[in-house]
Design a protein around this ligand. Structure first.
Ligand SMILES: *Cc1c(COP(=O)(O)O)cnc(C)c1O
Length: 342
């Protein structure tokens, strides 16, 4: 039995999810004639109180489409220095949209309204790239699963409105934030021009993301998705996994959060751990004491069938998810307690 805590993307569809996928009604989604995709899109749009949604093969494509929708070549977006859209999407911001990034030095991947206001280039000063978009991430990925304070997001929204900027939420793990804060997703729907959400992280679907927005914007997104090669045919089988995940795998994210917190508390008590960053959701980041070799820990855990990852700069990462069960959790806690790192 291998226990993979490298990412929440390693989950496999459950037997019930697979059964649900098999019985899906399908059609050609490039013609918008797949009833299951249409149902998933309607379901997610309604959840956020927005007009429309569109199914994408990946979160990267959904984010890149949003950026393309909101910008023209030569313009600039504002994001945190650790933003997924900047760091982990292969340079797509410049490749797809010809846009540059103004990166802010945020707190655990979160930026604030004052920072955004200060980073906006004056529109009349034509020497600068024109600022046209602000992107935030909730929860943050590289920031360790941190959740935004909704009031700060509202302040950033005000700055966007006052300065004629679009506001995009990379909500790959927004489900995790919603489970923690118990906020109504419709608040997010009112605040953002576009929201991307992932089905293939903690929700445990094998594939899929959605972009949510108003009808006009989603109509324009259809062309961009086509250009990026994201038009898919009888994809209702995969959309069905998303519907199943939304119905059965959202509330249980609280278990992932509890387990991550328990691991965090345990690690903090061990003499070879220097620091554990605050654990708010399912991502746990920690440092070893100075002089200790992180590869030694990764290797020692690997020999005991536990996989964790390094983020570089002495940071180690653990991510809990649907396939990380209580028995595994017991074993991981015992193993961490017993292991000696020197
Ligand atoms: C995973 C993730 C995405 C999307 O990634 P894909 O692998 O393309 O689905 C986007 N943003 C964040 C913050 C993520 O963690």
């Amino acid at each position: 039995m291998e226990i993979n805590l490298v990412s929440d993307t390693v989950t496999k569809p459950t037997p019930d999810m697979l059964r649900y996928m098999f019985q899906a009604a399908v059609g050609d989604d490039v013609y918008k004639q797949d009833p299951t995709v249409n149902a998933l899109e309607a379901k997610v749009a309604a959840l956020f109180g927005m007009e429309a949604a569109m199914f994408f093969p990946s979160g990267t494509m959904a984010n890149q489409t949003a950026i393309k929708l909101h910008t023209q070549p030569g313009e600039q977006l504002i994001a945190d220095k650790w933003a997924h859209v900047f760091h982990y999407e292969g340079g797509g911001v410049s490749f797809n949209s010809g846009v540059s990034c103004c990166l802010l030095d945020g707190n655990r991947g979160m930026i604030n309204a004052d920072q955004v206001a200060a980073a906006i280039n004056p529109p009349a000063f034509y020497h600068n790239p024109l600022t046209s978009l602000v992107c935030v991430e909730n929860t943050t990925n590289k920031g360790g699963g941190a959740c935004y304070d909704i009031n700060e997001l509202a302040k950033i929204k005000n700055v966007c409105s006052e300065n004629n900027l679009k506001f995009h939420l990379d909500g790959a793990r927004l489900w995790n934030a919603l489970v923690v804060t118990k906020e109504n997703p419709k608040i997010y729907g009112q605040m953002f021009d576009t929201i991307s959400v992932c089905l293939s992280k903690g929700l445990g679907a094998p594939i899929g993301s959605l972009l949510v927005s108003d009808q006009k914007t989603i109509d324009r997104a259809l062309r961009i998705r086509k250009i990026l090669g994201g038009g898919m045919r009888q994809v209702g089988y995969l959309a069905a996994a998303g519907i199943y995940a939304l119905d059965h795998h959202v509330a249980r994210l609280a278990d992932d959060h509890r387990r991550a917190k328990e691991l965090g508390a345990l690690l903090q008590s061990l003499n070879w751990v220097e620091q554990v960053e605050p654990v708010e959701t399912n991502i746990l980041i920690f440092n070893l004491r100075k002089g200790l070799d992180e590869n030694q820990l990764i290797q020692a855990l690997k020999e005991r069938n536990i996989l964790i990852s390094s983020m570089g700069q002495g940071k180690l990462r653990i991510v809990t998810h649907l396939d990380y069960k209580e028995v595994m959790h017991d074993y991981v806690r015992e193993t961490l307690q017993r292991i000696g790192i020197r």
